[in-house]
Design a protein around this ligand. Sequence first.
Ligand code: DGJ
Length: 729
Amino acid sequence: MPIIATENYFRLDTKTTSYIFCVHKEKYLAHLYWGRRLPEPSNLAHLVDTEITRRPSFTTNIIGSPAYLEDTPLEFACCGTGDNREPVFHAVNPDGSTVCEFCYEGYHLSSGKPKLEGLPATYSENPGESQTLEIITKDPRTGLRAILSYSIFDGSDAIARSIRYKNSGSEIVEILNPGSMGIDLWGLDYKILHLHGDHMRERNVEVVPVTNGLYSIESKRGHSSHMQNPFVALLRGTDEANMEHSGEAFGFSLVYSGNFRAIVEGSRGGSTRVAMGINPFNFHWLLAPGGTFQTPEVVLAYSASGLDGLSAVYHPLYRSCLCRGKFKDKQRPMLINNWEATGMHFTEKKILEIAKAGAEIGLELLVLDDGWFGHRDNDLSSLGDWVVNKEKLPNGLSGLAHNTNSLGLQFGLWFEPEMVSPDSDLYRAHPDYCLHAEGRPRTEGRNQLVLDFSKPEVRELVISSVTDILHSANITYVKWDCNRNINETAYLGHAHKHMLGVYEVMEKITSAFPDVLFEGCSGGGGRFDPGMLYYMPQTWTSDNTDPVDRIKIQHGTSIVYPPSSMVAHIGRTETGKHEFNQSLHFRALVAMCFNFGFQLDLSNFSDEEKEQSKEYVKTYRKIREVVQFGDFHRLESPFAPDGYASWIAVRQDKAKAVAFFFQTRPHRNGPDRRVRLRGLDPGKQYLFNSFDGSACVRFGAELMEAGLKVPMNEDATMIILETPRKYNP
Ligand code: DGJ
């Protein structure tokens, strides 16, 4: 059994790891171990024997006194019981006190993984493929229960943790911090890796040491945000020059798209606490007797072999057990999007010219971006008025979709359903529909306001207007955008209620249109998070299509998110700032590593550019399955000073692989560049066209151990490796 539970000792064995905790002093949950799989039986309860390690101090009790918690590694920390580190949970009791002592009551073990009410979460289709342990705890004074849930999945090293708070008392409890999980890992010798950035600079990798004190990664913007991603990893024993393949990595990824917080706290007792969940900032929830509050889940992942191993846990889990619907395993279409070509200034004729040029080079889908509705010629108006602009599109969306289909392309459409422009019929009719603090000016971002999705009438209106449009034409793809922060909630807890409303609307619309491929977007990658991937299996990674910048963005994103979730297009050269590396070739290869498409005026391409593009499309068709669904490994990091980056995608049967090599700045007389490939079958012989065009045959072991010499003066190259029978009888 992968989960072994007794009354006071719990052990979760995943594919290669063990996660162990116990009931300490008959009531508290103490964390014992998370790491490489241990032999059975192993009893680690002695690790929290406080009598041996207790250090007298004015902050703790003296030897022989009742249990104190400050020096105990905990699995779930509350407030006011002697543990003075950052709590996972904090609430005001009916009597005004804030002490909470969740004591162990019992456990429940089941196969499968229950849904989380109203929230996105990992799942398993077949109950035999996952197992869930629930630990029930109760505060004796208020009757409040916290039910800690742990799910594991067959063949995976992930553990999904969440908490359900249930008011079994007779009076209201005011929750201030509804943490999803906490853990105290032994030692302070960790580094914190997180993904930070900005619009156009999403998910840069930063590594900082754990110190004695608190480090917080968070969003208060109402979105998971461009600035911080709801992900943090602790690295131990990692060689910084080889983060991908050395040391242990402990990952924490929150399945939520709103305000979040992850804290990492090095404590005086020598352990490191990680706690994660909805951001307590501006949070307040009245939990009535009988009521429950379900937290979002955190997906924990462990790797004994660096970051590469961590991605190898997250990628398949998020691809198959978080993304849903028929597209999750389906090859994604190569598309042309008109945004960088025309902005909002287009005519039907222009769009069809672009579509025709796309069809000629072999693309499969046209996406009409912002500007097709109301009188939207700039970002000052019309959000909320989802009525086609007949001046731009005299034949309506159905006519445009029909004409696009006649060219052999599917038709996709942009929406921004969560927003309203002050200059819109919707706002004029319902100024009360947007988020607004009474008596204050309405804050605008990109000249727009946010609809209050906590209101049922708003949700219904949005569902019906998007539904009507999707029924009005042959639309098989939707890009769902969201272009501002949500910083004007009117009451405490409003941001979470709004988020739950957004999830409800997404659930209803995406399940009503199972044949439509939905893509998330938020000013590029401002909401690239696991919560969104539950509803939409892919996300526009960034508005920055400059290939040099984009390499970093894609590299950082790939630490958690699978290649099939990342959308990458060839953009206009004008978008870029770097003079080096603007060739079509470089831009194409950077985009071809993920879900490939174009975002420029193809109808203006020269014959030479068209021919070149045709070749990229042809090549992508050959490699699409491998790059979208293969195992992805980062080989060289663009965050290292040498200006190289490389990646490889390997088909799961290891019979085919595609490797990409980039140079992000010019090198003169630098040292030879040799790259060791990853993920191949060491015993198989791979055939590939080398950089000079000659056919080569090499064992996987040679390519992975001795490496491949990569040309120093090419900004972008790729090789496709195959294992023909001839060489592998
Ligand atoms: C932001 C998106 O990231 C862009 O791709 C584009 O769709 C614009 N919004 C349209 O307003």
